[in-house]
Design a binder for this molecule. Sequence first.
Ligand SMILES: Cc1cc2nc3c(=O)[nH]c(=O)nc-3n(C[C@H](O)[C@H](O)[C@H](O)COP(=O)(O)OP(=O)(O)OC[C@H]3O[C@@H](n4cnc5c(N)ncnc54)[C@H](O)[C@@H]3O)c2cc1C
Length: 528
Amino acid sequence: MRDETYTHIVVGAGSAGCVVAARVAENRNFRVLLIEAGSDCDPETCSPLAGVRDSRRVPMKGQSELFDPALDWNIDVSIPGGQSMQIPQAKVVGGGSSINGGTALRNTVADSEEWVRMGNDRWNFRSVYEVYQSLEDDSYRGTRGPHPIARASRDETGRIQRAFLDGALACGMPSVHDLNATGAEGAGPSPVCRRGQVRISAANTFIDPIRIQSNLTIMSNAQVDKVLFSGTKARGVLLTDERILHVSQEVVVCAGAIFSPAILQRSGVGPAPLLQDLQIDVLSDLPVGCNLSDHPCIPVVSRPKPGAYAQGDSSLEMQARWSSTRHPGAIDLQMVCFSYLFVPAAETQTGRSLAGTATGHVAGIGCNVNKPTSLGNVTIRSTDAIEYPVVNPAYLNTSHDREIAREVVRQAYRVITCPAMQDVLEEPLTLRESIVEDDAALDEWISSQLSSTYHFCGTCRMASRRESGVVDQSGRVYGVDGLRVADASVIPTVPASNTMWTTMMFAERIGCSIRDAIDVGTALRASL
Ligand SMILES: Cc1cc2nc3c(=O)[nH]c(=O)nc-3n(C[C@H](O)[C@H](O)[C@H](O)COP(=O)(O)OP(=O)(O)OC[C@H]3O[C@@H](n4cnc5c(N)ncnc54)[C@H](O)[C@@H]3O)c2cc1C
């Protein structure tokens, strides 16, 4: 480390933190420190783990044999019936983008309209559309940006993925090759951040090219405990090893939708009753940690027939998105084809994973409720930064969400039992026609299999104070100075799409606003 005073400290080098640090460091008057609790891999000096490199699998427990537990926070979240489930959360430079499925879907028009109604007029669809364009290197959507997005052709995929596509089309869904086209509904290839079969993370695109830049320092294996203040002005961060790092301008928290609110709460920014119970001085009484949202995933899985899955097949390439009968145009339902999940019995301590209660090698369809109305929360248990917060996503807490869940599961059952899929898969493991036909039985089955897509967001909501906001439209935390949040936590309501690409879009805009010292939505400087 060169000096321990920086103009900006970015906490968390995940999908958002890498983008923010890179944008802020474009201003050579700034000295940026990017802090990451997990490990780093500079491609000049180290080789990425095989699992991290290979885009065909998600290198996390239950999804690939190629996983390193050190890259996973592995946290507990509540599920219905008073149970809990362990879920993966990335702990590595690149964050989720280094280990996830890489699906890069833009948010929908309806998402942006909802955000505008919450006081975010600068996040209208036209503005965010331009930001996506500026980020994407995509032969379908434009090649202005730096981040690669590819789609598999039907022939490039394995038998299970092809059977899913054929099944969805046979069930009446339109074929769509570009699911990022505005308003697109139907079945087709997922847009994925990869070059060939190599996963491309936010770190690869935004950090690797500037590692030698003198105004950027990357500190890995360093965990932030809390933000330190002088009065209400952020002046630095405290690490869990008790080091203090000073900042002259801003701390930008990008530790993800579970850990960012925990850091803010420990720092005295959060709901006053919670902080007072833990004897933390309240600097700003805000609903930090409230409004937690995720896409519940209900897996409809079975055993692959012999020869259906080949070792090199990609596990996540095809999907379908469409609107529920209740919300035409909302694109609030999604089915994702899994051709490979592997859950050793010993690893389902809580009896639940992305494969539901199944163990062994399974394949099938993940059914996602993409505009849930249930809202949960993240709350710290103590002032000890090593202790994980309580995470309660309140999955399917509303009758609305349960109704939508039934609709998507019924469609998945039609697809998985159609001739194309029955060529490659056995009968669904636990789901039966008699259950599918009965609302009460189906609700019970869904709650027994429910899992997560790991698309957490909303815990430091960008909105007006009246709409339960924590940050303004440029990511500045209300009631204090020199503190922003710029990750999935700020997304006002969960988008009807996988969250990484929306997160990176938010990070891009907030990062540019810090770089240019202007509010989001003001014309960016042409050059610095
Ligand atoms: C297994 C899995 C698969 C997924 N698949 C997809 C997908 O295919 N498509 C998609 O769109 N989304 C996917 N997601 C979700 C997506 O990865 C997230 O929405 C996205 O990464 C959120 O970005 P973020 O920057 O907010 O958080 P993250 O990317 O999680 O980054 C947060 C970073 O902060 C670090 N950190 C946390 N606390 C501290 C601390 N106290 N001090 C220092 N550093 C800290 C973490 O280690 C992490 O690196 C998936 C997620 C998971 C876990």
